[in-house]
Design a protein around this ligand. Sequence first.
Ligand SMILES: [Mg+2]
Length: 317
Amino acid sequence: MNASLQDRFRGCLVGLAVGDALGGRFEAQSADYIGGRFANTEQLINYITDEIWYTDDTQMAIGVAESLADHGEIIEDRLCESFVANYMPSRGYGRGARAVLDAMEDGDDYQAVAAKHFPGGSFGNGAAMRVAPVGLFFRDDPHIALDQSRLSALPTHLHPLGIEGAQLVALAVAHASNVEQFDRDAFFAHLLEHCKSSEYRCKLETAAQIQEPSELVPLGNGIEALESVTTAIACFALTPRSYEDTIANAIFLGGDTDTIAAMAGSIAGAHLGVRSIPDVLLNNLEESPKGRSYILELADRLHSAYTNRIANATNDT
Ligand SMILES: [Mg+2]
């Protein structure tokens, strides 16, 4: 039975957090090292016997989801307030991101700080890692999803490749949450239709042909959006019926495992729903003030806000 829409909202946000938290155990490790420790997905998943903690990816995605649930759209100042309210430097933020968030927190010119740390704008995957709630919330209209995901990137990511990475993840989440039966050709055709740059187009065309996990390697496993966004999308497209295989595909690549598994997990969760997440992972996700229970409630709040938005849009026409 296919997941309900509410279940898909829960699956997306919790799927992001679980992918991030499991991937966080392996960040910056090599594929050879991880592959040497675990023979398959089952061994990787069952290695978890204690609480897993999410990183900056989930913390910022919570900020995006809260801001959307409260305001119904991305408003830069409100989004920055939400990032600051959630900010815990110990969650693994990069050095540049910490400087920008510190400036936001102090009421300083964070855009100037971002320009200093990232001349020409950041093309890292920091906007893509947190964008899944935007894809869910605007799942009915790709053009609005593209525009809102661009706005959600701007406080920290001004480089076109950083922004487009976020847009592609948002579109992937939206599409995954919309379809009952996943069709790989239709999925990649949809992403390619809205892809602007030759760099992402080339990666997506490669990703669309992948048949085996080993073929994911050339897509990249780095912190640049171009080296991780299509990787995460391909991790899902390879095993669209399994949440755990999707995040395992990402983790077995090594490198930026938390972010790639977070993005892949959000897409898989949006398609398969929260019940697709293995109990051993769901039950071990941290139960802090903004842990498992809170994220489930936040997903329900976002779903209610989405339902209201759709009802109001229908009434207006
Ligand atoms: Mg992280």
